[in-house]
Design a protein around this ligand. Structure first.
Ligand SMILES: [Zn+2]
Ligand SMILES: [Zn+2]
Length: 396
C-alpha cells in the first residue's frame, strides 16, 4: 500500500517529460507548415528513411537483442554503429534501457516491479512510466554487470546528454549541410524521425501486451501480432519473445516478418555477428502444443465434469467425442514429453561419461532418438488440429 502511494505521488521526471511532450507537439505544428511552404529534396527524404531504419534497428538489434538479451555477439564496429543509432533514438543510455528491460522480463506485468507494466494500462506502459519518477523506474544496474564494465557504454552513459545533442543536432545537421538542406534534414531526419521511432518502440510495451495471439504461453500479457511487427522491425512477435527471450529471433517461423532477425543473420553471414542463440524446434513445438491443449481443456472445462463427460445433454454429441479425444491425445502427449525429458537427461549423462573421441557416436544415437520424438510431437500437433477441424473450432 505504501508503495502504491509512492506511485501516486511520484514526482515528474522533468527532462524526459519535456522531451516526450515537446517533440511530438513541435513535429505536429512545424511539419505541415514546412511541407506546405518548402520543397523537400529527394536526398532529404532518403536521409529521413535511412536514419529511421538505422535508429529503429539499433534499438531492436542493438539495445534489445544484443545488449539486453545477449542473443548473439557482434563485431565491435557493428556494436558501436548500433550504439550510435540507439543514442540518436533518444531512449536513454544503454545502462538505463537494458537494466529496465531486463527488469521488465523478470517481473513482467507486476504493477510494482515491472517498469512498464501493462497491468497499469495503455498510457502507463506506452509513455506514462517515463514521465514520472516511479519506484519501478529506478534502476540500480545490478542486473547489467556485463554492460557496466564496458568502457564504451560507460562513456555513453556518463556523457549521455551531450551525445544526444551531438548526434541529433550535430550529426544530422552535418548530413543536412552536405546534401544542401540543413533545416529540412533537421526537421525530417531529426525531429519527425525521432517522434515516429519513439512511439513505434513504445508500441512494443503497450500494444504488444494488449492485442494479438498467445501461441506459446498465457502466463503473461505479451502477444504475437503481425501488424505490430511491421512498425517495430519484427518485435511484434512478443509472446514468443517473452517465452524464449534469448533467441535472436522474435518472429521464429521463417515466414514471420522480422527484419531484425534477417539483419542479424546477414551480419553473421558476413562474419560480423556470431554465436546466434536459438531455441530448438522441439522445445518451441512443445510449448505450442502445450498451449493448444490448455486452450482446448479450458473450453472443455466449462462444459464437462471431472470425468470429462459433457454435462449438458442438449449439446451436440460430437462434443463428447471431442472431449474424449482431447483427453486421450493429452495423455499421449504427456508420454512423449516424459520420454523427451528423460532423453535430455540421458544425453547429459552420456556426454559426461563418454570420452571425447566417442562423443560423435553418442550424438548420432541421440540425434536419431530426438528425431523420433520430434516427429511424435509434430504428430500430436496434427492430431489436435484434426480434432479441432472436425468440431469446426478454431484454436486461436
Ligand atoms: Zn514485453
Ligand atoms: Zn526483450
Amino acid at each position: 500500500m505504501a508503495k502504491e502511494l509512492e506511485f501516486k505521488r511520484a514526482p515528474i521526471n522533468w527532462i524526459p517529460a519535456a522531451v516526450l511532450v515537446a517533440t511530438p507537439i513541435a513535429a505536429a505544428l512545424i511539419t505541415p507548415w514546412y511541407l506546405a511552404t518548402h520543397k523537400v529534396s529527394a536526398p532529404v527524404w532518403l536521409t529521413f528513411g535511412a536514419v529511421a531504419v538505422w535508429t529503429g534497428m539499433s534499438i531492436t538489434a542493438g539495445y534489445h537483442r544484443l545488449m539486453s538479451h545477449r542473443a548473439y555477439k557482434a563485431h565491435p564496429a557493428v556494436r558501436n554503429f548500433f550504439l550510435l543509432g540507439a543514442t540518436l533514438a533518444v531512449q536513454g543510455s544503454a545502462f538505463d534501457w537494458c537494466s529496465g528491460h531486463r527488469t521488465h522480463h523478470r517481473h513482467v506485468d507486476d504493477p510494482m516491479d515491472d517498469p512498464y507494466s501493462a497491468k497499469r494500462g495503455f498510457w502507463f506502459s506506452h509513455i506514462g512510466w517515463m514521465l514520472r519518477n516511479y519506484p519501478s523506474g529506478n534502476f540500480d544496474y545490478k542486473n547489467i554487470p556485463d554492460l557496466t564494465k564496458d568502457k564504451v557504454l560507460q562513456i555513453q552513459h556518463k556523457y549521455y546528454g551531450l551525445w544526444v545533442v551531438a548526434t541529433n543536432v550535430g550529426l544530422i545537421g552535418a548530413i543536412g549541410w552536405l546534401i544542401g538542406d540543413v533545416w529540412g534534414t533537421l526537421l525530417l531526419a531529426g525531429l519527425v524521425r525521432l517522434v515516429i521511432n519513439h512511439h513505434f518502440t513504445f508500441f512494443i510495451n503497450s500494444l504488444c501486451h494488449m492485442y494479438g495471439t498467445r501461441p506459446y504461453t498465457d502466463t503473461n500479457t505479451a502477444r504475437d501480432n503481425f501488424i505490430l511487427a511491421i512498425p517495430t522491425w519484427g518485435e511484434g512477435y512478443h509472446n514468443y519473445h517473452h517465452f524464449f527471450q534469448y533467441d535472436y529471433r522474435n518472429g521464429v517461423k521463417w515466414w514471420q516478418y522480422d527484419p531484425t532477425k534477417w539483419l542479424i543473420a546477414a551480419l553473421a553471414k558476413l562474419g560480423l555477428a556470431s554465436e546466434l542463440r536459438t531455441v530448438d524446434d522441439m522445445t518451441i513445438k512443445h510449448a505450442e502444443v502445450q498451449m493448444q491443449f490448455k486452450r482446448a481443456q479450458n473450453k472443455l472445462a466449462k462444459i464437462t465434469n471431472e470425468q470429462g463427460q459433457v454435462l449438458d445433454s442438449n449439446l451436440p454429441s460430437n462434443l463428447q467425442k471431442f472431449s474424449d479425444r482431447i483427453n486421450f491425445e493429452y495423455q499421449q502427449f504427456n508420454e512423449t514429453v516424459k520420454e523427451w525429458q528423460a532423453l535430455k537427461a540421458k544425453a547429459i549423462q552420456m556426454k559426461k561419461a563418454e570420452f571425447s573421441e566417442r562423443l560423435h557416436e553418442v550424438d548420432e544415437v541421440l540425434r536419431d532418438q530426438y528425431k523420433i520424438l520430434e516427429q511424435r510431437i509434430f504428430a500430436h500437433n496434427r492430431n489436435l488440429k484434426q480434432a479441432f477441424k472436425q468440431l469446426n473450432y478454431k484454436p486461436s
